[in-house]
Design a protein around this ligand. Sequence first.
Ligand code: DAH
Length: 346
Amino acid sequence: MQDKIDSIKQQLLELTATHDSPRSVLRSPLLRSLYAEIPKLPAEQKGQFGQMINQLKLDIEAAVVTREAQLARVELRPIDVTAPMDINSARPEPLAASKGSVHPLMREISILSDIFNRMGYVVEESREIDDQFHMFESLNFPKGHPARDDYDTFMTEERDGDGEPLIAPAHTSTMQYRVLRKYLDNLDKGEPIAAIVPDRVFRNEDLDARHEHTFYQVEGVYVGEGVNVGNLIATLQEFLQEYYGKKLEVRLNPFYFPFTEPSFEFSLSCPFCEKKGCSVCSQEGWIELLGCGMIHPNVLQMAGVDPGKYTGFAFGCGVDRLVMMKYAIEDVRHFHSAKLDFLRQF
Ligand code: DAH
């Protein structure tokens, strides 16, 4: 009897030592066959035999624990990145590209940033909460200035250190002061300040096909010696022709912004109908695209730029508008609708 148990024990230990799921050895038919012997034994041998089998089972269990630890160590082995790839192994598949894509607005922002980069502009980010100083004062809208009403946006109930609510910026011009200060040293080195700020802005709007409460603008700031309106027009025309990939005419109408003097509303010939009149340009042939002008001396001065020595231009352009025209998108609300039918077209 002892011999039989020893022989089975030997077999089970060997099996456990190499098994991939060693715990299953405890359910082995060999072990079960030993338990099946007990009822057949004379009563006086049953107790001793039972103890021997229990001991055997404990030995196997110890071997199972050892084997399990060994297997766990194998799994934790560091990955050898120099090992040759086994092309037949089942590797996890990367997520299919069709499961997601870059949002059209983000893609277009990187395209337009590229164009300005090539023209020598650095790219800065705006912010989604700002204070009254950057949004208004630094842009030559003193407290109580009536033009503040044109930039009606969302405000916090909390007050800042000056007792003013914080503000969800209604334009990327909120970054002009910071951009001018950040690159002030350029001027001393004889280089211009040239930056764009493409980012999100907010307005308290009645929503329709052309108005969203949240949209994107790209701000441009260029300051140096002898900068004039001609430079502004040439820069914007060059940018727009590059962006739409075709020759375009541009037109300026006088306008008013507190932070530029003179100020203009900038239009371009409709890229769809070439001035014949179509639904994209409301039969006008021209599309009003952005606001721009020569940076007001007060704005330069507040930021530490000497307006007697330097001049500059700035512009602010709605990115959603630019993209809508490029792809003939009829409703600005599609951008934030999360409609896959819309997004999958890009
Ligand atoms: N911030 C203006 C707006 O949102 C657009 C604008 C006009 C920006 C003239 C400028 C500028 O930088 O010079 O209506």
